[in-house]
Ligand binder design. Structure first.
Ligand code: GLA
Length: 383
């Protein structure tokens, strides 16, 4: 026992078994390279993206993480077994990229995998966790997305706890973003391990996929809160076949879910309409509300194809989102007496896309919602 005591003290003082506190009190916001660029990333693209996010108002609206996804690294570790950036894609190295981002008010995110290889076949972290965490810290990394390819029979909670401990020992606070696609129900064990965890397999830019992922969030709201978030995957706003209405519905619903808001489009070349979706501060405020409650699906009205989602906010306020999942316009009336959790209180209503007041309860609220679009309201107590 005497001989074990110093070992115990040493482990305890290194902070094993604890993630960093307060690195994500609200859902992280930023940009990630994967959804648009996959393997086509390089230093110039990332720097241009950061400059664009300053010019288009994204950084100041809260999108501070600039995250490299898979394919940033060299194909092999160096002679010391250390990771290095791809020398052709990132000629000035990863520390220089981190410095560039920090000098402009951003935080630096990177990607790797808990397995022996990343999903795209680059060196993974398995067996190198502590060495790699020290490397990331030396580059000034602030956010690590940790994927789950090539993990064989590894146990997800145990494996991810190793990376949590490695980051802790490296000493630089980082957001840890787990990406095991919801397979081992990370909402049950992820809270003490990481700041966020994917709940599903990958998103892609079609309304049907966005809706499938939305449906898979039902029942998970209670597992999220400040510092530990369900991640329904990165945003596809402005991408693929999503119409303007579908992009804004996707964005509204991710905000209702208190989802991490990680844009996945080419922000250097987006339309003003897409920019206005991503930078609507009143909608972002639903996501970033300090109470940290995830929204829930209150009702599905299958006759009209309208779903009602609700999110409790601080100060007794509520976000209410009506989604028209049908393919024709839906004329819809909300009788506030039916929204049982609001009873006993009067509210002023504000339409967050029109940025205008739209009445007060208990008067009925009537609107027409375009196909795959939303009506998004904020309710503030008052007569
Ligand atoms: C997995 C993840 C994606 C992306 C790719 C990269 O599929 O779920 O989000 O990171 O790997 O290879």
């Amino acid at each position: 026992m005497k001989r074990l005591l110093p070992l115990f003290l040493c482990i305890a003082s290194a902070g094993f078994g604890q993630k960093f506190e307060n690195v994500a009190p609200t859902p992280p916001m930023g940009w990630n390279s994967w959804n648009t660029f996959q393997a086509g990333i390089n230093e110039a693209l990332i720097e241009q993206t950061a400059e664009a996010m300053i010019a288009n108002g994204m950084r100041d609206a809260g999108y501070v993480y600039v995250n490299l996804d898979d394919t940033w690294s060299a194909k092999e570790r160096d002679a010391n077994g250390d990771l290095a950036g791809d020398p052709v894609k990132f000629p000035h190295g990863m520390k220089a990229l981190g410095d560039f981002l920090h000098a402009r008010g951003f935080k630096f995110g990177i990607y790797n995998c808990a397995g022996s290889l990343t999903c795209a076949g680059f060196p993974g972290e398995r067996g190198h966790e502590f060495q790699d965490a020290r490397r990331y810290a030396s580059w000034g990394v602030d956010y690590l997305k940790e994927d789950w390819c090539y993990t064989g029979t590894a146990n997800a909670p145990e494996t991810y706890r190793i990376m949590r401990d490695a980051l802790r020992e490296a000493g630089r606070p980082m957001v840890l973003s787990l990406c095991e696609w919801g397979q081992s129900r990370p909402w049950l064990w992820g809270g003490p391990v990481a700041e966020l965890w994917r709940t599903t397999e990958d998103i892609y830019p079609s309304y049907n996929r966005v809706k499938q992922i939305l449906d898979l969030q039902v029942g998970l709201a209670g597992y999220a809160g400040p510092g530990h978030w369900n991640d329904p995957d990165m945003l596809e706003v402005g991408n693929g076949s999503l119409t303007f209405a579908e992009s804004r519905a996707h964005f509204s619903l991710w905000c209702m879910l208190a989802a991490p808001l990680i844009a996945g489009n080419d922000v250097r070349h987006m339309t003003p309409e897409v920019r206005d979706i991503l930078t609507n501060r009143e909608v972002i405020a639903l996501d970033q509300d300090p109470l940290g409650r995830e929204g829930f699906r209150f009702r599905v009205d299958s006759k009209n194809h309208v779903e009602i989602w609700a999110k409790e906010l601080s100060g007794g306020e509520w976000g209410i989102c009506l989604l028209n999942n049908g393919s024709t316009p839906a004329a819809y009336t909300v009788d506030w007496q039916d929204i049982t959790f609001l009873s006993g209180q009067y509210y002023h209503l504000r339409d967050l896309w029109a940025k205008a007041p739209v009445g007060r309860t208990p008067a009925l609220y009537t609107t027409t919602i375009a196909p795959h679009d939303v009506a998004l309201l904020r309710l503030k107590p008052g007569y």
